[in-house]
Design a protein around this ligand. Structure first.
Ligand SMILES: Nc1ncnc2c1ncn2[C@@H]1O[C@H](COP(=O)(O)OP(=O)(O)OP(=O)(O)O)[C@@H](O)[C@H]1O
Ligand SMILES: [Mg+2]
Length: 368
């Protein structure tokens, strides 16, 4: 178990800045998920920790050790990739045992260790099989076992579940979480899937174009996205974004989105460096009322998609599309006009110029 510290780490490939001045602490025992769109620098960040790339600037510490120039084999780090790359002609037992055979572990001890790891991963009855006789999820477990048996101080995983079907992925997520609870090995886990990040991570670091956007618990990044990018990336269906202007009328502040005006507190209004803002509302944060409540906004139901527990409604707000999640659609039909409101506390307001959130509570850090 160990902590990992990035201090101003930059990695370039020619003109591409894959990782741009990264400052990040991964705490001891953390399950940190590195999340971001394709090409944002996630794999490069992992490879820098594994020692497969060298930073152009900045320092990487693994524990107290400056790791910049440390060779991969001296880092005591295990990496699991998207493609498990098991040895096809070796049994599961030999695949898991392989790293320890290289280290010349005595046979008896080796057998004991393989058994322990296999039990942990619930593959103890598959030890004599070859990889091709296993399902995707089982192969994934073998790859994890091969990484685990070394008892690394740090685990790096690069989209390890992306080759599995949707159902198995969900099962494996739960398994990974349980195992992390049991073993508590510091883990950096890469994915571009925000749902996976939310369910797995003790903390999430969101990257875009090589730049760290925000670090926080899943709840923090969901409830207080630090900027428009994070707000749009986390949550499905995505947060609604409406352009508007902050206006003052007789000492009271309103967000004027053209199709409607909505009151906002002076504290929020004062934090904006410009009056041009983007208003964000999560689909689940609307309230539908059948008649006109104060400040209610009229919208037309264009499409209703029932999902069982809830329904997704696509609304038309005078030409502006809006997505809403409704717990119940009793009495609602396509083409109906409805009235919607939202709780000011659940609004996300961003400065259009800087794209940054206005009114970030003090306890929420954007990055560490
Ligand atoms: N060896 C390399 N040579 C040149 N460019 C590279 C190299 N490795 C990565 N890059 C570039 O660096 C950027 C970051 O790549 P990286 O693989 O870290 O992204 P990623 O976030 O892991 O993406 P994905 O989700 O698609 O795996 C990309 O623009 C990529 O093309
Ligand atoms: Mg990658």
């Amino acid at each position: 178990m160990v902590e990992v510290r990035f201090e101003g780490v930059t990695k370039r490939f020619g003109k591409v800045v894959a990782v741009d001045n990264l400052n990040l602490n991964v705490e001891d025992g953390d399950f940190l998920v590195l999340l971001g769109p394709s090409g944002c620098g996630k794999t490069t960040t992992l490879r820098l920790v594994a020692g497969l790339e060298t930073p152009d600037a900045g320092n990487i510490y693994i524990g107290d050790v400056l790791a910049n120039e440390l060779s991969p084999k001296d880092r005591n780090v295990a990496m699991v990739f998207q493609s498990y790359a098991l040895y096809p002609y070796m049994s599961v037992f030999d695949n898991i045992a392989f790293p320890m055979k290289l280290r010349k572990m005595p046979k008896k001890e080796l057998r004991k260790r393989v058994r322990e790891v296999a039990e942990l991963l619930k593959i103890e009855n598959l030890l004599n099989r070859k990889p091709r006789q296993l399902s995707g999820g089982q192969q994934q477990r073998v790859a994890l076992g091969r990484a685990w048996i070394r008892e690394p101080q740090l685990f790096l995983m690069d989209e390890p579940l992306s080759n599995l079907d949707a159902k198995l992925r969900v099962v494996m997520r739960t398994e990974l979480r349980k195992l992390h609870h049991k073993l508590n090995i510091t883990t950096i886990y890469v994915t571009h899937d925000q749902e996976e990040a939310m369910t797995l991570g003790s903390r999430i670091a969101i990257q875009n174009k090589g730049i760290l956007q925000q670090v926080g618990t899943p709840q923090q990044v969901y409830e207080y996205p630090a900027n428009v990018f994070v707000a749009g990336f986390i949550g499905s269906p995505a947060m609604n974004m409406l352009k508007g202007t902050l206006v003052e009328k007789n000492g009271e502040f309103f967000m004027d989105a053209g199709v409607f005006q909505y009151p906002v507190s002076p504290e929020i209004a004062k934090e904006s460096s410009s009056t041009e803002v983007i208003l964000g509302v999560r689909p689940e944060d609307f309230v539908i009322s059948s008649k006109k409540a104060p400040h209610a906004i009229k919208a037309k139901i264009e499409v209703m998609e029932p999902l069982g527990r809830e329904s997704i409604l696509s609304l038309d707000l005078g030409g502006v599309p809006l997505t809403l999640i409704a717990k119940s659609t009793v009495g609602l039909s396509t083409g109906d006009d409805i009235w919607i409101t939202f709780d000011e506390k659940k609004l996300h307001i961003f400065d259009e110029k800087t794209q940054k959130r206005l009114g970030l509570p003090k306890h929420v850090k954007v990055a560490n």
